[in-house]
Structure formats: structure tokens, C-alpha cells
Design a protein around this ligand. Sequence first.
Ligand code: CA2
Length: 149
Amino acid sequence: MTATVFVINGPNLNLLGEREPEIYGRETLADIEAAAVAHGAALGLSVFFRQSNHEGDLIDWVHQGRREAAGLIVNAGGLTHTSVALLDALNAFAGPIVEVHLSNIHRRESFRHHSYVASAALGSICGLGSHGYLLALDALAKIIDRTHA
Ligand code: CA2
């Protein structure tokens, strides 16, 4: 059976491609989704890609992932730096989690240096733009394959 990876995106990521291209690049979230779905298919993974501006939606998708996902990729946007509730949900997910950020959060304002998501993640990728999502899929494909071997 094809394993499913949930890719969960947080607040304001729907604005990608519209403003601040020097920080976030020129691609839209729809472009990133298309690349992630295609890359996932090449790796034998089904990709469930979602974005919301509402914290509870992200938490609900993590809960849904507990039943349906073999792994999670999370770019929680600004909630990365604030949400204990999202961290609690991620800690209830048994499988591997990879945190992704388009920008290098460690080269930016100090309030972005701390990530609640990081404490639930196996690893974090930041600063590599949309390619980070594809690298996260590569990592999860290997880990999921090993787990199911
Ligand atoms: O670098 C990332 O991927 C971030 O998760 C993006 C978040 C930011 O709060 C995090 O610190 C790092 C921001 C989401 C995107 O916001 C935009 C706002 C205007 C135009 C385009 C994107």
C-alpha cells in the first residue's frame, strides 16, 4: 500500500509569490504543492498537502495524520514560534516529522530563532526555499521504507 505523507502549512503561506520574494522566493504555494506531489509520486509516496491560517485546522490535520499518515512535513509559519498547542498535537503523532522553513529562521529576527515544532521533529530544514520540501520528502521516504522493511 502507498504510504501517505501529510504536508501541513501554516498562516500566511497562502501569500507566497505575492510579496517579499527576496525572503520567500517567487513560487506560489500551488507551485510548491505541485512539485511536492510529483516528487512524492516518484518516491512512491502519496502527498496530502494543506494550508490554513487557523491554528486549530493545523492541529486537526495532525490528529487526522495519526490515523492516516506515515510521516509529517510541517511548515507552521509564524505558529512555529508560538504554538504550544501545535507542539502538543505533534508530540501525539507517533511517526517521523520533518520541520521545513523556506527562509533561514536563524539569520532573521531573534524571535524566529526558537521553534516549538523543532522539539517534536526528527530534523529541520530551513533556508533552502521550496527545495526544502522535496528534501524532507526524500528523508521521509527513506525512513518510512526502513520502518516498513
Ligand atoms: O520561512 C518560513 O517558511 C517561515 O515559516 C515563513 C513564515 C514565518 O513567520 C516563519 O518565521 C518562517 C511566514 C509565512 C509566509 O508569509 C508571507 C508573508 C507575505 C508574503 C509572502 C509570505
